[in-house]
Design a protein around this ligand. Sequence first.
Ligand SMILES: *[C@@H]1O[C@H](CO)[C@@H](O)[C@H](O)[C@H]1NC(C)=O
Ligand SMILES: *[C@@H]1O[C@H](CO)[C@@H](O)[C@H](O)[C@H]1NC(C)=O
Ligand SMILES: *[C@@H]1O[C@H](CO)[C@@H](O)[C@H](O)[C@H]1NC(C)=O
Ligand SMILES: *[C@@H]1O[C@H](CO)[C@@H](O)[C@H](O)[C@H]1NC(C)=O
Ligand SMILES: *[C@@H]1O[C@H](CO)[C@@H](O)[C@H](O)[C@H]1NC(C)=O
Length: 492
Amino acid sequence: MHPSPVKLTSFLLLSVFAFVRGANVTDVALVQFYLWGAKTPTSLQFAAPVMAKGENDLAPYKGVLNITRVLIYDRNVTTCYEIDKKATFWATRYYYREAVGNPVTGIFGPGCPSAALSVAPLARAWNRPMLATTWGDYAFSNKRRFPTLTNFSPYIDYNLNMFIFRLLNYFSYNTVGILCDDANDNLSLYVPVCTNMFDTLRLTYNFSASRFYVNATDENNVKHYLEEIRSIARVVIIIAHGDRIRPIMLAAFDKQMTGGDYVYFTIELFQSTKFFGSIAWNTGDGDKRDADAQTAFRSLFKISLRSPEATPEYHNVTDEIKRLSKTRFDYTYATGEDVNPFAMANYYALAAYAQVLNETIAYGGNPNDGANTSRVMWNRTFTILGQDIPINDNGDREADWTLHQMNAETGTFMPVLEYSAKRKVLEPSREPENHSIRQIVWYKRDSPPPNEPKCGYRGIKRACEATKEHNQYQQLVAAVVNLFEVIKGMLA
Ligand SMILES: *[C@@H]1O[C@H](CO)[C@@H](O)[C@H](O)[C@H]1NC(C)=O
Ligand SMILES: *[C@@H]1O[C@H](CO)[C@@H](O)[C@H](O)[C@H]1NC(C)=O
Ligand SMILES: *[C@@H]1O[C@H](CO)[C@@H](O)[C@H](O)[C@H]1NC(C)=O
Ligand SMILES: *[C@@H]1O[C@H](CO)[C@@H](O)[C@H](O)[C@H]1NC(C)=O
Ligand SMILES: *[C@@H]1O[C@H](CO)[C@@H](O)[C@H](O)[C@H]1NC(C)=O
């Protein structure tokens, strides 16, 4: 959708007008789309208190920016599917009918991929910056299509795949089997992750990757695909709801694929039973298989977004967000529950946007030029609440990642490797007490199992055949000798 030439002209006049009038304070409208409720990590109950706190914290800009929040939501619209049908209508209505006086406008949200993809072309046509905190999707990264879109999401597909590539490379792996949970209740979440990972590992990183859609609630189905993987890889990436990890690992245990020759990786962006289920071996032993599961989990690693640096600023702000959440948004955080990184991304987006507007105005730039303000946000690292928030030269946030391994004694997952996006390095985690390096423990061995066993995945490599025959001959000779000994013994 492009504005007609007439509208474009009047828009330009208005923006010049706004800019002149804004010699002292510039009116800024923060247009925020929400899903009502708490069904997604960026729904109103999670994101709105973050935005409220974020806006409060922009008080130091008062002399420069006159900020208004415009909240757009509907109590009946609580899912991504529902907002898909509304988002462009809401954005258009606001822009043409309600944006009085043509304020500088930043568009935040909606936290749904397809709705964001339908608002982003409008943001481009209106030359307004859009700050997304939506997960996933490659399409967002095409900035020729969306030159005013900056993605502050902590999780973007290609970024996870880049981390997985570095991680596997670190262990000298380049052959993987990807198990994708196909149970239809989680399709929208896990299948796109699988598709993108499979494509990226093969096409971008030249890995040998195979992908299997598995019904993780069907034991025989899981075992069938594990057998397929046995003949092609020793590294297995499981993309599945957290509750399905234990059954899959138990199936691997039953197939004797958890004895130290195989390595499993799974992904839990952040801990949340509500959104991702729970990756646990201990489920109260109702099925008498906790011990087996615990053994199987010794071959399992978990990939997560790295927890924020524990700075006092960060804690003060999140404590205040939790308080606001309880008093004004009817959501009470459980003890130990963190403000999720997708909701928190709104805070960083807001802080970065205000900083960039303030700079633009200070340098005499036009704060109404969305393409320009977006460009100024790219290829730099913001420091907000003591956290590094790197935005790459394509306008996408790069996340920090952590690899966790279950501690065999305590049975809980602990970080063992950490990736810093700012420094682009993968480093061992350290013990909090004495800062010594936390070693990765390889089950029944002292180094990672090889990418491919000496005799190949099926144990029938040519090179091995020869030695095998040789071994058989030696065994035969040994048996004859033994027989001799026995006969000799009998004779004596
Ligand atoms: C806004 O920009 C001005 C000029 O660069 C600077 O002096 C001021 O500290 C900035 N305000 C904030 C809150 O960072
Ligand atoms: C700030 O913006 C609001 C809403 O657009 C407007 O009513 C108010 O007059 C503005 N305040 C200043 C100081 O410009
Ligand atoms: C929400 O849905 C209910 C029932 O479908 C309807 O009665 C109500 O008018 C709707 N509310 C809004 C704000 O659209
Ligand atoms: C990709 O990997 C294969 C097998 O590992 C290798 O033969 C090939 O040269 C690689 N291609 C590129 C472009 O690196
Ligand atoms: C997965 O397997 C379970 C158990 O066999 C079955 O009840 C369910 O319908 C299957 N789901 C799909 C999507 O095939």
